[in-house]
Write a protein that binds this ligand. Structure first.
Ligand code: AMP
Ligand code: MG
Ligand code: MG
Length: 271
C-alpha cells in the first residue's frame, strides 16, 4: 500500500486548502496527526454520528482488511444521495430544458454501498417529443416518458421517498452528490422557477464529484465520468448519459476515492 502514501498526503493537503464550506472539515483534517504509518485522525466527530462499534481504523496506509471490514476513510455524512438528471436536448441548445430522468442512489456514509434507489422518468411538457439526438444520447425513448409523472409529481415522490428513508430526520446528515454543478445549480432551480415550484432545501447544497476528484487526485476531470473512471482504473457500468447508470458510476468513483482515503465535503450551495 506504499504507493498510496504520497497520494494521501497530496489529497489531504488539497483538502485543507479547500475547506471553505463551513462544515468543520478543516478542523477535522487539521486535527489529524501524521505518523510514519499514515494518517491518524481524531475519531470524536465520527463517533458522534456513527455507532462506536462501526468506527474504523483511519490509517489509510494500511487498508488491507477483509472486504467485510474494509476500512474507508470516515465521512461526515450519514448518507450520500447520488443524483444525475437527464433532460431534453438536441444538437443545438433547446430552451427550456426539462428533466426526463430523475434517479437517486442512497449510499451509506461509511461503506458507500447502495442502500436504496429512487427512480422515475419524467414527462416533458414544453418539448414533449424527444429528439432522436436525445434518445441516442440518453437511451430514453418516447414511451419511457409518455404518461410518466410531471416534475411537480416527481418532486412529491422524491419527498415521500426521502421521508420513508428517514432522510428528512434533522438528526440525519445527508447531502446530494452530482457530477458537475449543472443538476442542482442550473437545471432543477431553472425548471422549478419556470413552473413556479419551490426547491426543497435538501437540494440546495451538494458535492460536485468533479471538484472532489480534483481535490483528491490533483487533476480536474474535464470530460467528467469517463475521465474519472479511467483515472481510478474502474470499469464503466452501463450506458453513459443514462441517468441511473451515471449514478452507479458516480457511486463507484466515490467508493474508490473513499477507499483511497478521501473525505467528501460540500462544494456547492444555492442557500
Ligand atoms: P449527463 O448527466 O452528462 O448525462 O447529461 C445531462 C444532460 O445534459 C443530458 O440529458 C442532456 O440534456 C445534456 N447533455 C449532455 N451531454 C450533451 C451533449 N453532448 N449534447 C447535448 N446535450 C448534452
Ligand atoms: Mg450528469
Ligand atoms: Mg447523466
Amino acid at each position: 500500500m506504499l504507493q498510496f502514501i504520497p497520494w494521501i498526503r497530496r489529497a489531504n493537503l488539497l483538502h485543507i486548502l479547500h475547506t471553505s464550506s463551513g462544515l468543520g472539515l478543516s478542523s477535522v483534517l487539521l486535527s489529524s496527526e501524521r505518523t510514519s504509518a499514515g494518517l491518524v485522525s481524531n475519531n470524536k466527530w465520527y463517533s458522534d454520528i456513527h455507532s462506536p462499534t462501526l468506527c474504523v481504523d483511519n490509517n489509510m496506509a494500511s487498508v488491507q482488511q477483509p472486504p467485510s471490514r474494509q476500512s474507508f476513510h470516515p465521512q461526515t455524512y450519514h448518507n450520500f444521495l447520488v443524483l444525475d438528471f437527464e433532460a431534453t436536448c438536441d444538437k443545438q441548445l433547446i430552451k427550456p430544458q426539462e428533466i426526463i430522468e430523475f434517479p437517486i442512489l442512497k449510499l451509506h456514509g461509511r461503506t458507500l454501498e447502495i442502500e436504496a434507489v429512487f427512480h422515475t422518468y419524467v414527462q416533458p411538457v414544453v418539448h414533449s417529443e424527444l429528439t432522436p439526438f436525445c434518445t441516442e444520447l440518453t437511451g430514453i425513448v418516447q414511451s419511457m416518458v409518455d404518461g410518466k409523472p410531471t416534475l411537480q409529481e416527481a418532486l412529491q415522490m422524491v419527498d415521500d421517498w426521502m421521508r420513508k428513508e428517514g432522510l428528512l430526520d434533522p438528526k440525519v446528515n445527508s447531502i446530494f452528490v452530482t457530477c458537475g454543478d449543472w443538476d442542482l445549480k442550473t437545471m432543477l432551480p431553472g425548471q422549478c422557477q419556470l413552473l413556479g415550484l419551490p426547491v426543497p432545501d435538501y437540494f440546495k447544497k451538494w458535492i460536485n464529484l468533479k471538484k472532489a476528484y480534483s481535490f483528491a487526485m490533483g487533476d480536474y476531470p474535464k470530460s467528467g465520468l469517463p475521465f474519472m473512471i479511467k483515472g481510478l482504473n474502474l470499469q464503466h457500468i452501463g450506458k453513459l448519459h443514462s441517468g441511473i447508470d451515471d449514478c452507479k458510476n458516480i457511486a463507484n468513483i466515490m467508493k474508490e476515492l473513499a477507499r483511497r482515503g478521501f473525505t467528501f465535503k460540500q462544494t456547492g450551495s444555492n442557500l
